[in-house]
Design a protein around this ligand. Structure first.
Ligand code: HEM
Length: 414
């Protein structure tokens, strides 16, 4: 079976490698490439200078100088090359659109950028906008190639304004992805154990999943150490914003040379990460219609094999039914602990969002926030179009609280 087509019956046993997921890296791209072949030279050069080009208002004119060519066709079609090309072109596109803030957007992405970006996106099955797969999954390198996957040994490949806070935001999110890796393995074990009616292994898999979710919460806490809320709110966030459900770009964006009609895409958000979608499917969490519709739309922003993994779990035999029909109280307990850890992660995430968006917005309005030197940005007024909405376009708090509450409701009465 080829991952990606949602119609087929599940071909078990489930194996991570079939979905471009790995036992070592989960959904992170293993050891991403950092350089592209020669035809991409002009784009790489721009990408490596993005923060300066944006803050000095020169990015748009630099983009206009790049000759129209079709470098996507010259890539070897290696997955790593395509991902790096998507990362580079998506960051340049976000910089191009938001260089002048939310009041100076453009309606058209020029042909020389739009056409290669579209082609690379088609080759990967990703949308032509920055997604979580670009921002985090493909955007990391080890400083010491033999050193560990720890924040002091990590850096981003491509950056945007926001200095150390931008780096911290990307890398802490990466650490959450890394903490989730044992969770992916536990899912596979759990699905196999259900099929084999092996309660012992199922119990152990659920305990491992609980541990992984708790470790994700611990990793998320590091946001406070590395990301300044004022810089996140006033400088970074706008560059993740999309052109769907965004009052700053109500008409979408024309990709010149691709279509004369404007297209709408949501901005980058960790709602596009595979992890929680996979956990929800395994645990049989059912969100409200509206929240589920948003989350399902976010799946279109995942690499297609990862999306197929989530679908495969959804079609696997129901864990919840299995636990409900079992008399094993240890299993009931292990299941509920898992659901509870997931609800706790979501509660903690709400606390983080409150600090980085709501409180930061209030302070910015009151003129108390001073990103100054840390951001290296000369931007003035903080963006307001997405004050109550996420970069993915959701109504932040009603959405996040509804998801947290429906998660808790997923517990079973022992
Ligand atoms: C400063 C840090 C963060 C902020 C301000 C933030 C903000 C948000 C917002 C506003 C949403 C609503 C969806 C949207 O429209 O974009 C969201 C959703 C989400 N975020 Fe974050 N986020 C942060 C960090 C993280 C990290 C590190 C992760 C871990 C991978 C994460 C995982 C998620 C998930 C999974 C959702 C979808 C809702 C759910 O399934 O619970 N977020 N986030």
């Amino acid at each position: 079976m080829e991952p990606g087509d949602g119609s087929e019956e599940p071909a078990l046993p489930l194996a991570l490698a079939r979905f471009q997921l790995s036992e070592e890296y989960g959904s992170l791209l293993p050891e991403p490439l950092t350089e592209l072949p020669a035809p991409y030279g002009p784009w790489m050069e721009i990408a490596h200078n993005l923060p300066q080009l944006i803050t000095s208002h020169q990015l748009r004119s630099r983009v206009h100088q790049v000759p129209l060519s079709f470098p996507a066709l010259k890539l070897s079609q290696r997955r790593e090359e395509l991902h790096l090309a998507h990362l580079v072109l998506s960051f340049i596109t976000m910089g191009y659109i938001w260089q002048e803030g939310e009041e100076g957007t453009v309606k058209v992405l020029p042909r020389n950028l739009a056409v290669p970006f579209w082609e690379v996106s088609q080759a990967l099955g990703l949308p032509p906008i920055l997604s979580h797969a670009d921002f985090v999954l493909a955007n990391w390198r080890r400083k010491n190639p033999n050193g560990p996957l720890e924040i002091n040994n990590l850096d981003t490949i491509i950056s945007l304004p926001g200095g150390e806070s931008l780096r911290g935001f990307i890398l802490v999110t990466l650490l959450v992805e890394k903490a989730a890796v044992p969770g992916f393995k536990a899912i596979v074990e759990a699905v196999r154990a259900i099929l084999q009616l092996d309660e012992e292994t199922l119990c152990r898999a659920l305990q491992e999943l609980t541990e992984a979710i708790r470790d994700m919460s611990k990793a998320l806490k590091q946001m406070h150490d590395y990301v300044d809320p004022a810089v996140f709110y006033a400088v970074i966030r706008i560059f993740l914003s999309g052109w769907k459900d965004n009052p700053a770009m109500p008409d979408g964006l024309i990709y010149e040379g691709v279509s004369d009609e404007p297209m709408e895409y949501s901005g980058g958000s960790a709602a596009q990460s595979t992890i929680l979608h996979a956990f929800d499917e395994l645990l049989g969490i059912r969100h409200s219609k509206e929240s589920a519709a948003f989350l399902h739309r976010m799946r279109d922003y995942m690499p297609p094999p990862h999306r197929a993994f989530v679908e495969e779990i959804r079609r696997a035999p129901s864990l919840k039914q299995h636990v409900l029909s079992s008399r094993d109280t240890r299993l009931h307990k292990a299941f509920n602990q898992c659901v509870s850890a997931l609800a706790d992660f979501r509660s903690y995430h709400i606390t983080v969002v409150t600090k980085y968006i709501t409180i930061a917005a209030t302070k910015a309005k009151a003129g108390q926030a001073e990103p100054g030197g840390k951001s290296g940005s000369s931007m003035g007024k903080p963006p307001s179009a997405l004050e109550a909405k996420g970069t993915g376009g959701s109504h932040i708090f009603s959405f996040l609280k509804s998801i947290r509450d429906t998660t808790r409701e997923g517990m079973i009465n022992a």
